[in-house]
Design a protein around this ligand. Structure first.
Ligand SMILES: CSC[C@H]1O[C@@H](n2cnc3c(O)ncnc32)[C@H](O)[C@@H]1O
Ligand code: ZN
Length: 425
């Protein structure tokens, strides 16, 4: 479909904001400003006084964990996982994964996220939710190698790849998801490397999230998690590494050498008291750093504009340098860098030839005045509730804050039903 967004304040690829029209042809951005005479719009969207940005890329989440939002708070990671999260996840059924994913996808679209990278179980249900909502997604089967069903989970990841890589007109792609070095020993990780070579897939993994993880890794293997991943061959495969909080300078050099991409999760790292990732050093070293929310049970929402805000503020105070992560860098981490981090090309910018994943923000609220600098307003004043219109792959999914295809009330009802039943099992 030919869509014309007229007269919007467009955040362009060069970081400048300009009032312009955006012509969309099918799934791509055809032109910005200089619209060809022959372009005939079948739908016109008035962008007057709205801010148009590339859709946010949530570079790391476990979307179905929306069912566990507010279920277990104020705990450190391993206590939280071992004593609350893993026991109740063991009771989850396929419909829980589906409705939890639908709830999370609805929340993400409504707050401006157009792509997410996921790692969980029963990923056929997450994939189906992506098909039912038309969001863009990079899906991996989270694999706990030490679990009795580690090999089964690896087989499920191969099936995910076979059945859903490039599915839904290419909006779904797949990766392999070994959970973490502390749940996937080296010999199992080598099986994952082999499978990823067989399927030409990349790898999504939690790395160096806590001080305890690093200390235990050094004790058991005499190496940091990053160095161990280099040894077992994981880094050769193309890696999206979530967290990367506790790193040495040598780790950062290894990450640069292997072009490791990072999903920085400031909200989750703060909520689980995991630490502050050395994002300014990673960016300075030329490592690609995107942003993720992690799951809604350790954040506790999936609002990427909030994550951008957290990233811009956290690193200022942690380094006592107001330029540690400036506004535009934070926005780029949540869009352009995030797209690269999850392995997508032509996504993450409003640029000719890129995918038409576009968000229009309503700027009528008082906190959007005065208009000295719209990128500053986006990073430091606005919030996800100001999202008005969302397009993914050139399809309008949200318009005037209302979903065009999905039933929000049904999703909230079914997800809540599943969450309550889950706690009764
Ligand atoms: C095996 S599927 C993915 C697995 O990861 C768990 N998880 C959620 N958040 C985190 C985190 O911050 N670090 C490590 N693991 C996490 C999730 O509950 C699933 O069990
Ligand atoms: Zn995670």
């Amino acid at each position: 479909m030919n869509i014309l967004i007229k007269n919007a304040n467009v955040l362009l690829a060069d970081g400048k904001v300009k009032i312009a029209d955006i012509a969309i042809k099918d799934s791509e951005i055809l032109a910005i400003e200089n619209i060809p005479e022959i372009f005939k719009a079948e739908k016109v969207i008035d962008g007057t006084d709205k801010l148009a940005t590339a859709g946010f890329v949530n570079a790391h989440t476990h979307v179905s964990m929306t069912l566990l939002r507010s279920y277990a708070d104020d705990m450190k990671l391993m206590d939280w996982l071992e004593n609350k999260i893993w026991p109740i996840e063991a009771k989850m059924k396929k419909e829980d994964i589906y409705w939890g994913a639908m709830l999370g996808i609805a929340e993400m679209i409504k707050s401006g996220t157009t792509t997410f990278a996921d790692m969980y179980g029963d990923m056929d249900q997450v994939a189906q939710a992506c098909i039912d909502t038309d969001i863009r997604a990079v899906l991996s089967r989270g694999i706990i190698g030490v679990a009795p069903n580690g090999n089964q989970a690896l087989e499920e990841n191969k099936i995910l790849f076979r059945d859903f890589n490039n599915a839904n007109d290419g909006k779904i792609t797949a990766m392999f998801g070994p959970h973490a070095p502390y749940t996937c020993p080296p010999d199992f990780l080598q099986k994952v490397v082999k499978a990823s070579e067989e399927y030409n897939g990349e790898i999504h993994i939690h790395l160096a999230e806590t001080k305890g993880e690093v200390e235990n890794c050094l004790k058991e293997y005499g190496k940091t998690p990053i160095a161990l991943m280099e040894e077992v061959g994981i880094l050769d495969r193309g890696v999206l590494a979530a967290h990367c909080v506790h790193l040495t300078d040598e780790d950062i050099q290894i990450m640069k050498k292997y072009n490791v991409r990072v999903a920085h999760n400031p909200g989750s790292n703060m909520k689980l008291a995991s630490g502050v990732a050395p994002v300014p050093q990673l960016l300075k070293a030329g490592v690609c750093v995107g942003l993720g929310t992690d799951g809604a049970s350790s954040n506790n929402n999936l609002d990427m504009l909030e994550e951008i805000n957290l990233a811009t503020l956290l690193h200022k105070v942690n380094t006592l340098d107001p330029l540690a992560v400036p506004a535009l860098e934070g926005v780029k981490m949540g869009t352009e860098y995030g797209a690269k981090a999850v392995g997508l090309n032509k996504v993450g910018l409003i640029k000719e030839g890129y995918k038409a994943d576009i968000v229009l923000f309503d700027m009528s609220a008082p906190q959007c005045y005065p208009r000295h600098d719209l990128v500053s307003l986006l990073a430091y004043s606005m919030n996800g509730s100001m999202v008005d219109t969302v397009l993914v792959d050139g399809k309008v999914l949200l318009e005037n804050r209302a979903f065009t295809t999905i039933d929000e009330e049904k999703i909230k009802y079914e997800a809540n039903r599943c969450a309550m039943n889950l706690t009764l099992r």
